[in-house]
Design a protein around this ligand. Structure first.
Ligand SMILES: C[S@@+](CC[C@H](N)C(=O)[O-])C[C@H]1O[C@@H](n2cnc3c(N)ncnc32)[C@H](O)[C@@H]1O
Length: 287
């Protein structure tokens, strides 16, 4: 019996409709993937098409995560890397589990601003954690030159370090630290798709540039809108995306330009109405 419901392949990517665990087990060869980006459901009760992101108990969710994490690790090449996202409350369990199996090199915070509903009786969550682990800390890809960012002290304040024997200007660029700011994907952004937890292309761009090379295989077991595959393809990597929900799989087929029709349906981007989605904002007058 096939382990997936549907499958398409081009020269640049492969996309599966079905359950990540059975597809990973049956269709992805061991030691064949250079980079995995895993952004699973967070067990916080969000509706994801026909699926509600809530397990009967927290332990059930953690067991499920441990299951696919183990399979993912077996798919990585010896010099492979994995990035894993989850909710703030479940990441510590994933961290403890992964730390026994891999070298966790960075615990990254992706933070963003929120102008939506604000918490009033506790500190609202404005970040999502990302773990970065490698199989072998002495042999892994990290293209620091491809992800340099501006170092404000040198580039904007133009300070000179007078403690050096010869006074030297501070560096104008640096490798990003482990706190990343990227805006969330908003309705008016070009990349927006109809999915409640779509990740920004800018976030994936940093990860894919840093931790893979052109021609490498990049896999996303919980592809959602197939952001990982879209960015990987643009950067010349071969990508594999797996998604359980047909509604999101169809977004992937269109976004990756694999086909413009699926089951007799023409796959079209959502039609945006920029005016009707937002309440008019009050203009702040100068005091
Ligand atoms: C957090 S979202 C991923 C969003 C994605 N990173 C993006 O940029 O669009 C998680 C996705 O995993 C999918 N999913 C849930 N269970 C799955 C499973 N067992 N196998 C494959 N995909 C699954 C959900 O339908 C959802 O689209």
């Amino acid at each position: 019996m096939k382990s997936y419901v549907d499958y398409f392949a081009t020269d640049d990517c492969e996309v599966y409709l079905g359950d990540a665990l059975s597809i990973l087990r049956n269709d992805i060869p061991d030691s064949s993937v250079n980079l995995i980006f895993a952004d699973p459901p967070y067990n916080i009760g969000k509706r994801l098409s026909n699926f509600v992101d809530k397990w009967p108990t927290n332990q059930d969710y953690i067991n499920w995560c441990e299951n696919w994490l183990d399979i993912c690790i077996s798919k990585l090449t010896d010099n492979g890397s994995i990035y894993v996202m989850s909710s703030t409350q479940f990441m510590p369990y994933i961290d403890l589990f992964l730390s026994k199996r891999l070298e966790v090199l960075s615990r990254i915070i992706w933070h963003y601003d929120s102008s939506g509903v604000q918490a009033k009786r506790f500190y609202g969550s404005l970040y999502e954690p990302i773990l970065f682990g490698v199989k072998d800390r002495s042999n892994y890809t990290f293209n620091s030159n491809d992800i340099m960012i501006t170092a404000k002290t040198g580039a904007e304040r133009r300070l000179i370090d007078y403690r050096k024997p010869v006074p030297t200007p501070y560096n104008t660029t640096k490798v990003p630290g482990n706190v990343w700011y990227f805006p969330r994907v908003r309705y008016r952004m070009e990349e927006y798709e109809e999915h409640p937890t779509q990740k920004p292309e800018s976030l994936l761009e940093r990860i894919i540039k840093a931790s893979s090379n052109r021609g490498d295989v990049v896999l996303d077991p919980f592809a959602g809108t197939f952001t990982t595959c879209a960015v990987a393809e643009r950067l010349g990597r071969h990508s594999i995306g797996i998604e359980l929900q047909k509604e999101y799989f169809k977004i992937g087929l269109r976004r990756l330009e694999i086909t413009s029709e699926y089951e007799s349906e023409v796959l079209e981007p959502i039609k945006k109405n920029h005016r009707s989605r937002r309440k008019p904002q009050m203009r702040l007058l100068d005091a």
